[in-house]
Design a protein around this ligand. Sequence first.
Ligand SMILES: NC(=O)c1ccc[n+]([C@@H]2O[C@H](COP(=O)([O-])OP(=O)(O)OC[C@H]3O[C@@H](n4cnc5c(N)ncnc54)[C@H](O)[C@@H]3O)[C@@H](O)[C@H]2O)c1
Ligand SMILES: [Zn+2]
Length: 357
Amino acid sequence: MANTIQTIPIKTQPEYTVFIGPGLLGRCGELIASALAPCRAAVVTDSNVAKLYLSQVEESLRLAGFAVCAHIFPAGEESKNLSTLSQVLEFLAEEQLTRSDCVVALGGGVCGDMAGFAAGCYLRGIKYVQLPTTLLSAVDSSVGGKTAVDLRHGKNLAGLFLQPSAVVCDMDCLKTLPPLERADGAAEAIKTGVLSDEGLFALFDTDDLTGDLGEIVARCIAFKGSLVERDELDNGLRRTLNLGHTAGHAIEKCSGYTVHHGHAVAAGLSIIARAAEALGWTEEPCAKRICTVLRRNCLPTGTEYSPRALAHAALADKKRRGGEIALVIPRRIGTCGMKTVSVGELESIFAAGWEEF
Ligand SMILES: NC(=O)c1ccc[n+]([C@@H]2O[C@H](COP(=O)([O-])OP(=O)(O)OC[C@H]3O[C@@H](n4cnc5c(N)ncnc54)[C@H](O)[C@@H]3O)[C@@H](O)[C@H]2O)c1
Ligand SMILES: [Zn+2]
């Protein structure tokens, strides 16, 4: 049924709803009004997304009784910094938003992180909603309340937790997404399938995802939401979402962030899956199946950086605790576990799963 809206409640304090379906940007005003009383809505978006979707969002918000203003920053990760944050905050002040007004993040993960951070510190915190327009932001970053900007010393080093008041995922937005960005989101969703949901994983074993994207987004959000509800501030449980990310972050870092996050996670997932199998940590062989599905979705399953270079980069990772590092390990498709290893073992673990791209 083309016009069905799926809703997923995220039971944090306070609770919010994720709306998923086609054509939802044109109805975002009424959906947001179900969570927030009409007020001033400051839309924060990037230069690519503004051209495609800003006018329909503004129109829908106005029709639902919101007074609208908009700030557009240049698209790209290079904008996710303190200077853009400062411009967004000055814009909110210039527009005289009050504590009863809201920010609307329209775009991918960069917009969500920037706008959410700005909402969390403007006037010590005002409400915000997420309108994710990339597959990555729909399946991952729009839910969970993590916001951040990059510092010169590394990615996402300054940020805060602020759960959105609502999330509206318009599946039609994904039709304009470039293939590279789409593959990035697919990597995180395949990761979620390996972690928790064999049926979700199986949806990627196809050459045409179009029909299943709503189902994919809903399953990913339901899983992430279930972790976020139990671990709102990322003190333990949410770390399972880091499957493939230890090697993945290392690949991003070694490449000077020229390799996209999702592509790096795909290679990292392949490395840890092969390593877990080679080291006897799995219950069933799954590495071959994981790599086949990743390749089918135009994602890499190896890297040019050596196990030594990756271990070196990973050990500077902020998730390291003393002399040990906690790795998420696939046991079989749909089930994972944690393995704590000493930092000295990391290079040989990466070597056990390493393959050149
Ligand atoms: N907060 C979290 O929990 C969390 C989780 C994962 C990732 N992230 C962050 O998310 C960011 C990556 O997100 P992303 O991949 O969405 O990047 P992005 O926001 O930069 O979007 C990627 C590109 O696609 C363009 N775009 C967006 N929607 C489009 C559409 N519908 N059609 C055509 N083009 C479109 C954007 O302008 C941009 O050029 C990173 O900064 C990462 O750190 C945050
Ligand atoms: Zn990720």
